[in-house]
Design a protein around this ligand. Sequence first.
Ligand code: AMP
Ligand code: MG
Length: 310
Amino acid sequence: MDLRILNLTEENLALAARVLRSGGLIGLPTETVYGLAADAANEAAIERIYEAKGRPKFNPLIAHVSDIEMAQREGVFRPEALALVEAHWPGPLTVVVDVAPTGTVSKLARAGLDSVALRIPAHAIPINLVETFGGPLVAPSANPSGKISPTTLDHVMQDMGDKLDLIFNGGTCAAGIESTIIDARGERPALLRPGSLNPDWIEEIWPGLIRPDLNPAAPRSPGQLLRHYAPRAELRLNANAPEPGEAYLGFGPGAATLNLSERGDLDEAAKNLFSMLRELDQNYDRIAVAPIPTHGLGEGINDRLTRAAK
Ligand code: AMP
Ligand code: MG
């Protein structure tokens, strides 16, 4: 059967909610990357997600919620954590909190942990789908585990087309790299994964951001230890110019095979990162990448590049 591609309509939301209730998998856009959504409370559906992605079961999934009340049914929020999500949701911020007694996200989705990772994406399709469905949906990125995340419908069709029951079309993702993950359980917030929410914006609401060693050898978040976001080609980082035979992924003015942002804009670079890596990966065996500033969103971009180059 051909995979059905849906636009955002009431009928399609109702159809997708029925598919989710029967344990189906749905591809959907968010503002960060495309996700693979399933009923967060349905173990059989969660099994299908780990299977479809080839994702190790020790790596827990993020659950999407549609409002803060739903988030508080799933997790326990200290006042600072609540202030943080009130300021940044909907948006590319994921918080890890203790599971609430009323929580419904399955233990399998949480990889057996007593904590749960929650967010409200800034995108009408996941918000409306969670609302229509009436409960949280797990939604990891819609790519095989360890590979480059998808930022367009085409990427998802190539990577996961045969594993999905339905997919919503949302064009190209606006942010382009995954959410920023904060451990919000302690007295101070801790950065578990830099991502498309600038970490400086966390500080404004809840100061004292701890930056645990983000070194993949000593992960605080189970998913962060892996070689990830990886192209087939070999990557060489912080390269000021290509060597013979290399493609050059540029940043800022100057000659390049593809340029993340000619005007040196980190938002634009984040948006282009995964699709340009995919494009170069199809045509070259070696890719040299220009130095990317490490402040603001540059932290998330450099994190992805470092893991991709492992
Ligand atoms: P993805 O679904 O591919 O965006 O990856 C989700 C990320 O969230 C992974 O790095 C997970 O390890 C992390 N994560 C999910 N749940 C938790 C949790 N309870 N504690 C710490 N990290 C988590
Ligand atoms: Mg992912």
